[in-house]
Design a protein around this ligand. Structure first.
Ligand code: FES
Length: 359
């Protein structure tokens, strides 16, 4: 696996999508084209300095893989340092440090497959879903897609025109249900919010939950969990439900927490493997996270949210044990296989070896 790395990329275009959302397309130099080749549903971590502060944020790619461009969408959030900067100040020609694409919010494409895909997205959660919709419809000519997209009002629907164009281009293979919480119900629009009731209504009508080959859920944690549980209750196999938390989540950076270590020592020895090199340091059991401690000791490890949401800091435990405070992004099989979110991990054993080169 190639280690994720930052590269300076120049902004080619900033396009206003809604009053509070801008999409940003980057120029990718030919020598970096391979490093920035992405899979539908992946995200980029952007890094810049705003004032005296280094700011990192992850944003999903909204381009389809065949479109020949690298574009993310940034929705302004209240008090959001980077999202405000992006919406108000970024312009073509500006340079940002951009990490190579990451993320596993996708399923493999099979041009011969005739699958039924469903996506439930809320607000800016449409961003990775748009990439998936465009890629699937272009590359799997026999598959169909049902998109349920929740917003407050018509004017807050991001990519509204693009979605309409896709619906016309893929007539009969793409169905879009707009669900609006602050608009009266009218033709083509549902009033309300995305939740269990809507899932049940869909699965009692045009869809059969058991036949859903892949369901992509992207939005705030409560919505995503409610839809996931409702789909599972209707009969969609858990393995077919894919989740990405987005927008507001209840995830907060956890306070340092004393790990339940049962060792005679006060501190663990941590070894970090990255790019074939090894770095060792000691870390008290009730101290900072392994990621923060490694940075303090000079390691340059990938991270973005530091809240257990984005998965950028994922690595594999080769030796010893750690405890994660939060995990909103690793799949059960990854935890089983020894993967951890290092921003959430504290040692439980005297010796811990963490491998950032593990595939
Ligand atoms: S940095 Fe986002 S999960 Fe660790």
């Amino acid at each position: 696996m190639t280690t994720p790395s930052f590269h300076p990329l120049t902004i080619r275009e900033c396009r206003r999508e809604t009053a509070d959302t801008v999409s940003i397309a980057f120029d990718v130099p030919a020598d970096l084209a391979d490093r920035f080749r992405f899979i539908q549903g992946q995200y980029l971590t952007l890094k810049t300095r705003i004032g005296d502060e280094e700011v990192r944020r992850s944003y999903s790619i909204c381009s389809g893989v065949d479109e020949g461009e690298l574009r993310v969408a940034v929705k302004k959030v209240d008090g959001g340092l980077f999202s405000t900067h992006a919406n108000q100040s970024l312009a073509p020609g500006a340079v940002l440090d951009v990490m190579t694409p990451m993320g596993r919010f996708h399923t493999p494409i099979d041009p011969e497959a005739a699958r039924t895909y469903v996506a439930f997205a809320a607000g800016s959660g449409i961003t990775p879903v748009l990439s998936i919709v465009k890629t699937v419809l272009a590359q799997e000519p026999k598959s169909r897609f049902v998109l349920v997209y929740g917003n407050r009002t018509v004017s807050s629907i991001i990519f509204r025109e693009e979605l309409e164009d896709l619906k016309n281009r893929y007539m009969g293979r793409l169905v879009i249900h707009h669900v609006l919480s602050r608009e009266p119900e009218e033709a083509g629009l549902l009033r309300g919010r995305i939740g269990a009731e809507l899932v049940r209504a869909l699965c009692d009508g045009p869809l059969t939950a058991e036949d859903i080959d892949a369901a992509f859920l992207c939005g705030p944690q409560p919505m995503v969990e409610e839809v996931r549980d409702a789909l599972a209750a209707c009969g969609t196999p858990a393995a077919n439900i894919h989740v990405e938390l987005f927008g507001t989540t209840t995830a907060a950076r956890p306070a340092a927490k004393k790990a339940a270590a049962d060792t005679p020592t006060d501190a663990a020895t941590i070894a970090i493997l990255q790019d074939g090199k090894r770095k060792e340091f000691t870390l008290p059991y009730d101290g900072e996270s392994i990621l923060d401690a490694a940075h303090r000791h000079g390691a340059d490890l990938p991270y973005s949210c530091k809240s257990g949401v984005c998965c950028t800091c994922r690595a594999k435990v080769r030796e010893g044990k750690v405890e994660m405070a939060e995990n909103y992004s690793l799949e059960p099989w990854e935890v089983e296989a020894g993967y951890v979110l290092t921003c959430q991990s504290r040692p439980l054993t005297e010796r811990v070896v963490i491998d950032f080169d593990a595939a």
